[in-house]
Ligand binder design. Sequence first.
Ligand SMILES: CC(C)=CCC/C(C)=C/CC/C(C)=C/COP(=O)(O)OP(=O)(O)O
Length: 321
Amino acid sequence: MEDIAHASAPVLAAYRYCEAVTGQQARNFAYGIRLLPADKRQAMSALYAFSRRVDDIGDGPLEDGAKQQRLEETRALLARIKDGAVDEDDTDPVAVALADAARRFPIPLDGLDELIDGVLMDVRGETYETWDDLKVYCRCVAGAIGRLSLGVFGTVPGAPDTARAAEYADTLGLALQLTNILRDVREDAGNGRTYLPSDDLAKFGCTVGFHSPVPPPGADFTGLVHFEVRRARALFDQGFRLLPMLDRRSGACVAAMAGIYHRLLSRIAADPEAVLRGRVSLPGREKAFVAVRGLSGFDARAIGRRQAARAAGRPPLRRRG
Ligand SMILES: CC(C)=CCC/C(C)=C/CC/C(C)=C/COP(=O)(O)OP(=O)(O)O
């Protein structure tokens, strides 16, 4: 593989652009991406910048028809990247960087088509009756990002169970997305969007079509949140099985990205109504702490111990660190 230090000036400038987008906008994921070596960091920044563009079209101010058109234009650009038709002279730095990253790493770019499909579901205002229905959406907007990222990380030769790496990366994406949905319940409701399955809402008296940030009288909002937190934790446990398959710095990146969201989930579990008052977030120093801990491999070992303890039916040992 050609050393990134030998990339041409336009390609390096394109990556710098994507890294600036990532640094400015990836409030949580930038902590993990920074832990990667240069070539992987640049490839992840290109993926982030492209995904950010797709997401911003969906969340932006355009009319629905115009959003759909912009999304299809972005899909056409992606097709050109897949065909190898974007070179370093292209005027779009995100396309130049992604095309270069896709030459260096086996990134399954069809995942970005899935992301576009997911954002189109948003634009059409789709709602979800069951968790299985919501999972389809989460797979598109987050599972796909996990699988795309795995293309950059690769797996360690000889690691056990790597045939399931893509499945675990996908599941970790679902865990992050369900956490994100819980965190943003108020903001989404304010925008007339409900992601949580209507079956779950009904079970906790939150009524079908939870379009108001304020749950109706008699609703067990706390029960609803705890129910979804349990589901998200099970997804994290499954998805963390990816960690032992990754090299040290890729593992640190994933442990930081997922670890920050895992903590966010614990905050939400400790005070479910907080998500109705505003956006729950972690202070910068706590995110940095999670990232550094990921680099030391602590997270992967702690999770491994927890899973082994659970499998053996005994309470997990606590260790200071
Ligand atoms: C293997 C692996 C890397 C798995 C994880 C895949 C992954 C990063 C999925 C992203 C899902 C997600 C919650 C996006 C929100 O982005 P946002 O920009 O809205 O987030 P923010 O609001 O928290 O900043």
